[in-house]
Design a protein around this ligand. Structure first.
Ligand code: GLU
Length: 284
């Protein structure tokens, strides 16, 4: 398998403070810090747009665990909740360009649509959005907005692709990857409860922080297709990518935030040393 190296890259680790870090996160953080090379820069970003799930004590705990592991990052730490106006500016631009539409569907509506369809096409985030609100008339949209009905903003992917044509991105493990716009459909760029989304915030932040090599788990490979499309629409620089394998427990299961026993905190409390935890993550 191809494994390119880039010297002096700018990389980042971008945890969400919705729980403590587990051993899989430790691997991901150590992977990113290693990937920037001795002359590169390693940044940290706190992905805290989901105010309902994120907690300051988790953020403090994450920073503490990362220092304990021996990681050093540049300050100041980038916190997404400090950058909401930048996300709003990008949404305005995409909206002016006619690339967004309001979507009033509830989670229940979308589940019902998927259940009713004979073979609902699935994307990586579950059933693909069936396009319910894509062609609502402006008067219906205005009426529903006027009643205070909550709505998300979705990207009209067909329109986006028609404007930008075929795209590719470079993955250090996979080589040149052609973008497959169909895999994700009309993704949400602003949630009903948060005025941005993972996809929009990450794409803008990687550009704003000057990240030149995005490293993250292979479970997020699908997201890179969306991010590459957003980069083209918003004329942002295009970093290189490296989607790493996911660490699995001895039974082959991916580590998850619910596995309390495998948090760095629990391992610390059980008396493990940073060297031992780095070795457990395969980065000793
Ligand atoms: N915040 C994301 C996570 O915790 C990672 C974001 C990314 O690397 O794009 O899974």
């Amino acid at each position: 398998m191809l494994q390119e190296k880039i010297s002096a890259a700018v990389t980042r680790f971008a945890p969400s403070p919705s729980g403590r870090l587990h051993i899989g996160h430790a691997y991901s953080a150590l992977f990113a810090a290693d990937a920037c090379g001795p002359d590169g820069r390693f940044l940290l970003r706190i992905e805290d747009i989901d105010r309902g799930r994120c907690r300051p004590e988790f953020e403090d705990g994450i920073l503490d665990d990362l220092s304990w592991l021996g990681l050093e990052w540049e300050t100041p730490v980038w916190r997404q909740s400090d950058h909401m106006s930048g996300y709003a500016g990008a949404l305005d631009r995409l909206n002016r360009d006619g690339l967004l539409f309001p979507c009033f569907c509830t989670r229940k509506d979308l589940q019902q649509d998927a259940a009713n369809a004979i073979a609902a096409p699935h994307g990586p985030d579950g059933p693909r959005y069936p396009g319910t609100c894509r062609n609502l008339s402006p008067s219906e949209t205005d009426d529903r907005k006027a009643t205070g009905e909550p709505y998300a903003l979705r990207l009209n992917i067909e329109e986006a692709v028609a404007r930008i044509g075929p795209l590719r991105f470079r993955d250090l493990g996979l080589g040149d990857v052609p973008v497959a716009p169909d895999s994700c459909g009309d993704v949400v760029l602003a949630r009903k409860d948060v005025a941005t989304s993972y996809h929009l915030a990450v794409t803008l932040d990687d550009a704003a922080q000057g990240v030149s090599l995005v490293t993250r788990g292979e479970d997020l490979l699908h997201a890179t297709h969306v991010h590459r499309i957003l980069q083209a629409l918003l004329e942002l620089p295009v970093p290189h990518y490296h989607h790493h394998k996911l660490l699995r427990d001895p039974t082959g299961r991916r580590y998850a935030k619910r596995d309390r026993a495998e948090t760095i905190q629990a391992l610390r409390e059980a008396g493990r040393t940073p060297e031992e935890v780095r070795a457990m993550a395969g980065m000793g």
